[in-house]
Design a binder for this molecule. Structure first.
Ligand code: ATP
Ligand code: MG
Length: 411
């Protein structure tokens, strides 16, 4: 037993509600994937010939985020390894193009999953892509086998590196003598394929499989299946899973989001020292996720947009209601002057207000004021954490130090 320490009270408070934390993590591969057996079977039907050394068609898997694309392919990969444990007929290679972000990196990663001899491994940098490719092709052709290469998040790779890698991998069969390669591309943005040359596009998408978003009942089933293994009986209130599922179905039918909500609700309950998870914990988790998302956006705003946002905040603090674009502009000009920043025109500031409105950070409603023409009423729609974040932004240090010059008073 460790001697008592500052962590003891936390450790005693924690670990009361979740039996197995790993199960709620997004990297966990569950034994069962409810509502994806149809997609699993579609993939299996296409790639099964690989077990007899016949080349399957290339596949393009398309679906929004959190629809189970990666989970399905991980599942299929595991099953394929069970079917051919020594990879005598068929090898399954998975690369996430988001993590490996250059064409060289992708080929390097594929090659080194195939090349087992440490002396023959491809160096991390230094070779030309053509040389890596030639070496890879030579290795692939050493003994007759089908290589199934899964490229996850291919749109990311395309954004960064263009179509080279797809060209290499979809034309490799032309130079192979005995082995064959099938490519399975996964994307949550199918639009990028419009930029591929017709030849690469049709090769990559010989077969297309679409993953639809999950509906609320499907998300519930997915969560119940995980909860069975993650929690002991009686820990979850009955409305917790339906609530997590409903919130995520409203958004995008995203299973990752639903699992995140459940995991964070459990975390919050543990941190509070509560012994059950309730819908109140889910509500806090939802607020935290939303707050994190907004603060990410606010962090990346330009200094001009932040100044406009600070102007809205300060007007609100002064109870200026209704607040017009003119009110925001006046405050904005003043802040710019104090912090020594050049001021944009009222029109540009109005444009920045519209951008903040689109991001959901302020509300700008058009109001007609008769002869004064059309104007907008602006309201702040950010939680206090975001207000504090903007107020304490380094860019406005001088503003808070500023003391207005004393006015002369006449008697
Ligand atoms: N049918 C399902 N059953 C159980 N868990 C699932 C199911 N579908 C998705 N999940 C889980 O939801 C999370 C997100 O799924 P996954 O990573 O497969 O999404 P994705 O479609 O690859 O999303 P992205 O496009 O963002 O990469 C993972 O933790 C995964 O295990
Ligand atoms: Mg994925």
């Amino acid at each position: 037993m460790a001697e008592p320490n500052i962590f003891t009270q936390y450790m005693q408070k924690r670990n009361t509600v979740v039996r197995n934390k790993k199960i709620l993590q997004s990297s966990y591969i569950p034994e069962k994937l409810p509502h994806r057996m149809d997609k699993i079977n579609e993939v299996v039907e296409i790639i099964a010939p690989a077990l007899n050394k016949d080349k399957p068609s290339n596949i393009l898997i398309i679906g929004k985020t959190g629809t189970g694309k990666t989970a399905v392919m991980n599942f299929v990969g595991k099953e394929l390894r069970k079917a051919d444990p020594n990879q005598t007929n068929c090898a399954y290679i998975y690369v996430n193009c988001e993590v490996v972000d250059t064409s060289y990196g992708i080929l390097y990663n594929i090659s080194n999953q195939i090349i087992t001899d440490p002396a023959k491994k491809i160096p991390f940098t230094g070779w030309s892509i053509d040389k890596v490719f030639a070496e890879l092709a030579e290795y692939i052709d050493k003994e007759e086998k089908v290589f199934i290469i899964v490229l996850d998040e291919i749109d990311r790779s395309f954004q960064k590196n263009g179509a080279d890698i797809f060209y290499y991998l979809t034309s490799i069969n032309e130079i192979l003598q005995i082995s064959k390669v099938s490519v399975i591309g996964i994307t949550n943005n199918a639009k990028f394929t419009e930029f591929l040359s017709p030849r690469i596009r049709s090769r990559l998408g010989e077969e297309k499989i679409i993953f639809p978003p999950y509906n609320v009942e499907q998300l519930q089933d997915i969560l119940y299946e995980r909860a069975k293994f993650a929690f002991d009986d009686g820990i979850l209130d009955d409305d917790v899973i339906p609530y997590c599922a409903a919130l995520s179905a409203q958004e995008m039918g995203d299973a990752r989001r639903a699992l995140d909500l459940l995991r964070m609700s459990a975390d919050i309950a543990e941190r509070n020292g509560d012994s059950r998870i309730t819908s109140a914990h889910v509500r806090s988790a939802k607020n935290k996720i939303e707050l994190d998302a907004v603060s990410e956006v606010v962090k990346t705003l330009t200094i001009q947009s932040k100044t406009v946002l600070l102007s809205v905040i300060l007007n609100k603090d002064e109870d200026i209601n209704p607040m017009t674009t003119g009110d925001v502009f006046t405050k904005y000009k003043f802040i710019c002057e104090v912090i020594g920043q050049s001021a944009l025109s009222q029109r540009r500031v109005a444009g920045l207000i519209s951008e903040l409105d689109m991001l959901g950070i302020v509300h700008a409603r058009v109001k007609s004021f008769g002869r004064a023409g059309r104007t907008r009423e602006i309201e702040l729609s950010t939680p206090k954490e975001i207000v504090n974040m903007i107020k304490s932004d380094d860019a406005f240090k001088d503003y808070w130090m500023y003391k207005p010059p004393k006015q002369k008073t006449f008697f």
